[in-house]
Ligand binder design. Sequence first.
Ligand code: SAH
Ligand code: SF4
Ligand code: F3S
Length: 463
Amino acid sequence: MSDINIKKIKTDSDLEIKNSNATQKLYIETYGCQMNVNDSEIVVSILAENNYATTDDIKEADLILINTCSIRDNAEQRIRGRLTLFRQEKKRKPDLIIGIIGCMAERIKEKLLEQEKLVDIIVGPDAYRDLPNLLQQVEDGQKAVNVLLSREETYADISPVRYAANGVSAFVSIMRGCDNMCSYCVVPFTRGRERSRDVKSILREVGELVDNNFKEVTLLGQNVDKYKFEQENGAVLNFASLLKVVAETYPNIRVRFSTSYPQDMNDEVLETMASHKNICKHIHLPVQSGSTRILDLMKRGYSQEWYLNRIDAIKRIIPDCDISTDIISGFCTETEDDHKETLKVMETVGYDFAFMFKYSERPNTFAARKFEDDVPEDIKTRRLNEIIALQQVLSEKANASKVGKVFEVLIEGTSKKSPNDLFGRSSQNNTIVFPKKTYKKGDLVNVKVLKHTSATLIGEIVD
Ligand code: SAH
Ligand code: SF4
Ligand code: F3S
């Protein structure tokens, strides 16, 4: 899943209606993955029922919440930096309540209250329903903590308030938690056990989005291929069947999903994608490393050969599918040869896009307990730079191959660079910019790609 940092909060008209009598103001900042973005929407919904409306002005806030990420050390450092700013606000306005929610709240728990004296509330990802009670405790003069993880919570009945969405595309969580226990990863500790959400509530939420004119949904989970829900009649729905039922119930909405897991992504999912026009032709399939030895140490459960076999299956079953990935450089014991295997896999796949990171040891994970973080920083950096440089070449090649082709684009808004241009995304998840003619946000248009820059395709609408 991509890292996102949403700071700007737009007040949604939906929320204003829900909150016409709200007297308290909430300022919320979100770090981390798409899951966290969706969780913030759930939090805003819970607090909207409890007298809070959102604001994008810190100075106006009665409550500041930071929805945090622990995935790498620098993610946590950035959040600590933001707290310095909020500390100044609190000096100015002593009644201001400051809360840390999300993965870092779960990882550090009560200790955060000692480390960050100004924080009043600590709430983990499964305890958001308790926020109104916790706020009451703070108003009564106490500090408040709830970091209980749950085996059941999916917030199935809560309709997220899309306060920062573009009005066209929205996230819908289909699962929570993760049972994979990759050796480097903090997520199983911060988000607890894997659980799938009731299909009925997923369909209800997508239906509400359709009614509100949204045109695209992204189904979210740490490993969507493990989606499994037993219906009342005893039938068990897997991820392929979920995709099918969402795509067929709402044929006019585009369906995306993230994240796929190489060990579990099967041909049934690929065939379902191929046979439904409205399921987008893009798969994010994190490889992490190209070396089978390192993959074993990472406890990923697949080899280089298995991974490349899954890539072959994608290319065979969905020839026009874009493939993106996540890569970690400098994991424990990684040698130059292991690194070369990663570069080799990148070339073999020809990724369209990649998120690339240096390994960051996370306390209490298997890798932190059992292995030494022994690749020197300068080598991690050099290898990461080589990975980034190769990906630039591959992305450039992928973009060049799209020139002259026509893609169906969902328009997301006006280009930042010119009021006469619109931008949107193709089914393959490429951003394309083009002159607007008579079209507007939310329309689906066919766009012919004429040229490209490093990150963007430029084209024209073909009517
Ligand atoms: N569930 C998804 C990933 C979620 S975390 C999956 O398994 O693919 C997003 C990405 O962060 C991971 O894919 C990985 O590349 C990176 N990441 C996770 N832990 C990390 C760590 N300790 N150091 C560096 N990168 C890490
Ligand atoms: Fe972390 Fe692995 Fe789960 Fe992804 S699948 S969230 S990398 S433990
Ligand atoms: Fe997401 Fe970061 Fe938590 S990537 S699951 S917000 S640790």
